[in-house]
Design a protein around this ligand. Structure first.
Ligand code: DHK
Length: 148
């Protein structure tokens, strides 16, 4: 079964507890269950990982070069700061979809730029946790050649 890597970056372990007025009440476990269900509907396995450490996210992106067909990534605040994560994504050949739970363009100016966007095939922001399901739908259609 083809695997897709669902990566969540710093502070997303606190989903459901952290600033719920912005990020909602869904926990990371619920979000990962949503990703697993959505991927399974398309015959894909979602490999969901979260880290607060930049190097760990980079190491997982490197592993994905051999083990995963696509990456769905919410790099959290590293989206706005990490050229190293961009470089790692640039070394990955499959589809990359960037997700943000909030609409980063309606927030503080320092959130408006994302380095990840320079590599992402699509960007979903402001659709809440449902954005991950949209991202996986897109990955599935890119992988099976039905993308329009
Ligand atoms: C999540 C974070 O942790 C922030 O640092 C980003 C993003 C926005 C989100 O909307 O999912 O700025």
């Amino acid at each position: 079964m083809r695997q897709l890597l669902v990566l969540n970056g710093p502070n997303l372990n606190l989903l459901g507890k952290r600033e719920p007025q912005l990020y909602g009440a869904t926990t990371l476990a619920d979000l990962e269950a949503l990703c697993t269900r959505t991927a399974a509907r398309h015959g894909l396995r979602a490999d969901c990982r979260q880290s607060n450490r930049e190097y760990e996210l980079i190491d997982w992106i490197h592993e994905a070069r051999d083990q995963h067909a696509a990456i769905v990534i919410n790099a959290g605040a590293y989206s706005h700061t990490s050229i190293a994560i961009l470089d790692a994504l640039n070394a990955f050949d499959g589809p990359v979809i960037e997700v943000h739970i909030t609409n980063i363009h309606r927030r503080e100016p320092f959130r408006h730029h994302s380095h990840v966007s320079a590599r992402a095939d699509a960007l979903i922001a402001g659709a809440g946790v449902q954005g991950y399901a949209f991202a996986i739908e897109r990955v599935a259609s890119l992988l099976d050649g039905t993308a329009i």
